[in-house]
Design a protein around this ligand. Structure first.
Ligand SMILES: [Ca+2]
Ligand SMILES: [Ca+2]
Length: 266
């Protein structure tokens, strides 16, 4: 004998029960939708350490919503790992509230000379919709996933095989994002990144060094003072010639005056 389930009972198991489980597992529902994901930016990278326990990656939520990035991925020079498996250096967990900064250790030593670093919502590293943010340092070659970043419109290609890159950090410097309308899903230039003193777990300092060369250029224009020195030399030559001509003409006149009276005496 076949027993038929009541339609209301079927609906309870199909829809209501999973919902109750979700509520029980709890907390507020956290957005993981692509639209807001690009508010998460790679904010600073310290790659000069000699191994993965010295290097670190700083992420920041620039948006207004809370985003869980525990299931996201990093990829650098074709090596990759899930964000949620990386040791936290600064921060409480992988859920970023607006403005929150998270610092994690990479899964492997980030190359001290040249590498790329991409942040993804999943492991589809060739997908522009999976990529959230990207940076490349030390080389403009195709050394990782830069073609995906260019296809997404967040990184620049100058010529075939030649891409934008951040000039290398030296000594104990990190590279820090300091852009305004860049980062995340927006086009980022290498100039939006600044090598400098690391600010691990803190807001990046505003880029200040750029205005100094302008002041030096203004000072160099003072050399124009030497130009007037040239002008007096030219005037002096002109005066000398004029005096010489005047003297020559003047000498002939008295001779004619002396001759005239002698003729008139006859
Ligand atoms: Ca390193
Ligand atoms: Ca920082």
């Amino acid at each position: 004998m076949i027993r038929r389930r009541h339609p209301l009972l079927v609906a309870f198991f199909a829809f209501l029960l999973p919902g109750l489980f979700a509520l029980a597992l709890g907390g507020p529902r956290i957005s993981a939708q692509p639209s807001a994901n690009e508010d998460i930016v790679i904010n600073e990278v310290y790659y000069r350490g000699v191994n993965s326990s010295e290097d670190w990656i700083e992420l920041r939520n620039t948006g207004s919503g809370t985003i869980d990035i525990g299931s996201w991925w990093f990829c650098a020079r074709f090596g990759y790992e899930r964000v949620g498996l990386l040791p936290i250096v600064s921060g409480d967990d992988y859920i970023l509230t607006p403005g929150e900064i998270l610092v994690v250790r990479p899964w492997d030593d980030l190359d001290d000379n040249a590498s790329d670093l991409g942040l993804y919502i999943d492991g589809n590293f060739f997908s522009t919709s999976s990529m959230v943010d990207f940076v490349q340092w030390g080389s403009g070659g195709s050394i990782g996933r830069v073609s995906v970043a260019v296809a997404k419109g967040i990184w620049r290609q100058f010529a075939p095989g030649q891409f934008d890159f951040v000039a290398g950090a030296t000594g104990n410097q990190s590279i820090a994002w300091g852009g305004v309308n860049s980062g995340g899903g927006l086009l980022t230039h290498s100039q939006d990144w600044n090598p400098g003193t690391p600010s691990q777990g803190q807001e990046n300092p505003p880029p200040a060094a750029t205005s100094t060369p302008t002041a030096t250029a203004t000072a160099t224009t003072t050399v124009a003072t030497s130009t007037p020195t040239v002008t007096p030399t030219a005037t002096a030559t002109a005066t000398a010639t004029a005096t010489a001509t005047a003297t020559a003409t003047g000498t002939t006149t008295p001779q004619e005056l002396l001759y005239l009276p002698l003729v008139s005496r006859k």
